[in-house]
Write a protein that binds this ligand. Structure first.
Ligand code: NOJ
Length: 502
């Protein structure tokens, strides 16, 4: 079958159709009703961190306008909504014995309103907005966080688990570790020494970033995996029999295609890249219980060459491996784009993007681009990735917990045609979802749901409001934060109503 040709067909009758958002990106109310500061409040309030000098103080104001959000979802005909909880709104001191009643009330109202409208909540516990007070006590760089996260998860299962049946522990630990604790573009803005050298970053020398000689990104990947596992076990032991829900994690991955499929070196480069990105977190949970063998050997070798006595990648004990392995009820996947891979050599060295990876990632110059520098539109990459996950990790149930397309925002545009006629996003959604359908009907992938990122334009982290992912336009100049459906909302609705393609 020609990859470009769309197929007709349907998803399972119980397929989950939803949109996704995250607390810091939409809620606002950053210091209201007892909420404490999160690392993102602190980061975005620091000069020079966000491209357009904005922040999530008000964002889409969903803290007050959640009913509007539910209504636009009702119109979309989605049956599920992926939202995240703000840890610092629920437990302002990080201590589960001192919850914030107003925070609990907010999420109760939102969850109840969703259910009244037949929309099932899919709830992420942690979408990067760690309470600042926990960060100051070591945060993800300290083992203590595992117990804190377990307490927080326990608190949330107890408070909302009677109504929430789908849980995500951590969103994209890979991005959180590499951008928050490696490159420093995200909160808490820690830049690894090796990243600084790799990127020849002068701003690092000017101390815009917090220097990290210890490779925090690997340290935090370990605590995140242990915290995820602790939350899953907590649910499994104390809640599953009463609440009957499912718990997993959302892992991000690009698809990696060999630049020249007939060149074994390129094929190996693609696998190496997948091992060190998706496999970094997927292997411990969905595979052997440990980091991938290639990643362990490769970083150990690099560390040795640097004269270090042990690997910069921490080790798990046998007991920890057993504890992490199998802590999932489905595979949560966030996917947006694809890269071509080739082995590092003397000609391409300048394009090296990751200090520990000897793989060069390139786009194909013919691929269409969306509004984010990193986002190339390659629908067939989703099908290949789904197939790869299915094959590598024993055909798990998969839920696409994020997929979507950005447009660059023109600050002078209003809600006229330019912002509402999002033809590229319409085509993106149609073609990616069609590739997902091919993965189901032609490759036997067990796909259970699809969440479009995002319901609304929102605070796109370092890019602020310059990049828009919403199938609804939000006017951030309007104090009412008016939401207007884009053309893509109608396209998505049509796919949902058909449960696939005619
Ligand atoms: C993944 C992240 O989970 C989400 O927060 C972000 O806005 C989208 N990707 C788009 O970059």
């Amino acid at each position: 079958m020609d990859e470009k040709e769309a197929i007709s067909g349907h998803f399972r009758d119980d397929f989950l159709w939803g949109t996704a958002t995250a607390s810091y990106q939409i809620e606002g109310g950053w210091n209201e009703d007892g909420k404490s500061q999160s690392v993102w409040d602190k980061h975005a309030h620091t000069e020079g961190k966000i491209d357009d000098q904005t922040n999530g103080d008000i964002a889409c104001d969903s803290y007050h306008k959640y009913k509007d959000d539910v209504q636009i979802m009702k119109n979309l005909k989605v049956n599920s909504y992926r939202l995240s909880l703000s840890w610092s709104r629920l437990l302002p001191t990080g201590d589960s014995s001192a919850p914030n009643a107003a925070g609990v009330a907010y999420y109760n109202k939102l969850i109840d309103n969703l259910l009244e409208n037949n929309i099932k909540p899919c709830v992420t516990l942690y979408h990067w907005d760690l309470p600042q007070c926990l960060h100051e006590n070591g945060g993800w760089q300290s083992d203590d966080i595992v117990e804190k996260f377990k307490e927080y998860a326990n608190f949330c299962f107890n408070a909302f688990g009677d109504r929430v049946k789908l849980w995500i522990t951590i969103n994209e630990p890979h991005v959180n570790a590499t951008l928050g604790y490696g490159l420093g573009h995200h909160a808490p803005g820690i830049m690894g020494r090796k990243y600084a050298v790799c990127f020849r970053r002068l701003d690092y020398l000017k101390n815009i970033y917090i220097p990290d000689p210890m490779n925090a990104c690997y340290m935090v990947s370990r605590t995140m995996l242990l915290a995820h596992a602790a939350a899953w076990h907590e649910y499994d032991t104390n809640y599953r029999s009463k609440q009957n829900g499912m718990v997993s994690i959302s892992l991000n991955s690009d698809w990696a295609e060999p630049k020249d499929a007939s060149n074994p070196k390129d094929a190996a480069a693609a696998i190496e890249y997948l091992q060190c990105s998706l496999g970094w977190f997927a292997n411990p949970i969905f595979g052997s219980g440990d980091f991938p063998v290639y990643m362990r050997e490769h970083i150990a070798q690099k560390s040795k060459e640097e004269g270090l006595s042990k690997s910069r990648l921490p080790e798990f004990s046998e007991e920890e491996i057993k504890y992490i392995k199998g802590t999932y009820d489905f595979f949560g996947l966030n996917h947006y784009t694809t890269r071509l891979c080739e082995q590092l050599n003397e000609h391409n060295e300048m394009h090296k993007f990751h200090p520990d990876l000897d793989v060069i990632l390139l786009p194909d110059p013919t691929w269409d681009r969306a509004g984010s520098l990193w986002l190339y539109i390659v629908p067939w990459g989703l099908r290949r990735l789904l197939k790869y996950i299915s094959k590598t990790y024993g055909n798990p149930k998969i839920i696409i917990t994020e997929n979507g397309c950005s447009t660059k925002h023109d600050p002078n545009a209003t809600s006229g045609l330019a912002v509402l006629e999002d033809t590229q996003r319409c085509n993106y959604l149609k073609s990616y979802i069609n590739e997902a359908l091919k993965a189901v009907v032609q490759d036997g992938v067990d796909l259970r749901g699809y969440f479009a990122w995002s319901l609304l334009d929102n605070f796109e982290w370092k890019a602020g409001y310059t990049e828009r992912f919403g199938i609804h336009y939000v006017d951030f100049k309007d104090p009412e934060r008016k939401r207007t459906p884009r053309k893509s909302a109608a396209v998505f609705r049509e796919i949902i109503v058909e449960n696939g393609f005619k």
